[in-house]
Ligand binder design. Structure first.
Ligand SMILES: NC(=O)c1ccc[n+]([C@@H]2O[C@H](COP(=O)([O-])OP(=O)(O)OC[C@H]3O[C@@H](n4cnc5c(N)ncnc54)[C@H](OP(=O)(O)O)[C@@H]3O)[C@@H](O)[C@H]2O)c1
Length: 231
């Protein structure tokens, strides 16, 4: 999205929550950190004269999306969510869909498995009640203390490749994958690899969000920017 906006010559600022230590360089100016809730974001939109907001965050970053809806409503700023469609199971997939992290953790109540817990760093404690498993964690940055007693760390940043994810799962003797239904291409490799290896997947559904206009592609979002500008 940032590349398209820069190429189109549209002035833009990219706002990071600040969760990764060294975010990728971007072709538009960036800022990092929260605003102080929806009210803080609304103040920022006014102060900076922001004309439109594209919520391009991760589908599980629900607070960011809720704040965007509230702040845009309060300030009358047009809002568009850039949201990649959720993944759908196909032939050969062995997925169990669950509504949230707690439901995923409850399904792990059983004998020891070797679990690829591909949910990022923030919500690992939801699985602390299932310490009997070995967990493979793939994270962008080295974490601090971990709530899981038996785990292996893989430090890596997407996009990921299905052949490499297959090799990773074989190397670690993975018997089960737990993942969020993020959608998109960058993190789909683990699901392709799971299908190839006929491994079961517990897939966590996205959190519910307030209704907002949604675009599925960056091109669609760029057209919305142009239409809104009357260009
Ligand atoms: N959650 C996931 O599963 C997940 C997975 C992969 C990547 N990510 C990425 O990690 C980042 C944070 O995710 P999260 O789940 O921690 O988010 P979150 O819980 O939804 O929001 C964290 C905080 O970010 C601040 N914030 C809101 N809008 C913002 C904006 N436009 N720019 C900067 N900060 C904003 C808010 O703080 P204030 O109240 O102080 O304004 C909010 O409370 C996102 O960039 C997301 O793309 C998340």
């Amino acid at each position: 999205m940032a590349e398209l906006l820069a190429a189109a010559g549209l002035p833009a600022v990219l706002s990071y929550a600040g969760r990764t230590e060294s975010p990728r360089a971007q072709p538009v100016p960036t800022r990092i950190g929260g605003f102080g809730g929806a009210e803080g974001l609304a103040r920022y939109l006014k102060a900076e004269g922001i004309g439109r907001v594209i919520d391009a965050t991760h589908p599980f970053a629900a607070q960011m999306s809720r704040n965007a809806v509230a702040a845009c409503a309060a300030t009358g700023t047009p809002l568009l969510a850039l949201e990649r469609p959720a993944w759908q199971p196909g032939p050969g997939d062995r997925w169990t869909m669950v509504p949230d992290l707690q439901a995923a953790a409850a399904l792990l109540d059983g004998p020891r498995q070797r679990v690829f817990l591909a949910i990022g760093r923030q919500h690992l404690s939801a699985f602390a009640g299932q310490p009997q498993h070995h967990y493979l964690l793939r994270l962008v940055d080295p974490p601090g203390a971990l709530p899981l007693p038996d785990c292996t760390l893989e430090l890596a940043r997407g996009p990921f490749d299905a052949a490499q994810d297959r090799a990773l799962m074989l190397r670690h003797g993975i018997t089960l994958i737990v993942a969020k239904n993020a959608g998109g291409a960058g993190a789909e490799a683990k699901l392709t690899a799971a299908r190839d290896l006929s491994l079961p997947v517990i897939l966590i559904d996205r959190p519910a969000l307030p209704p907002r206009p949604v675009a599925a592609t960056v091109e669609e979002a760029l057209r919305w920017c142009h239409a809104d500008l009357g260009v």
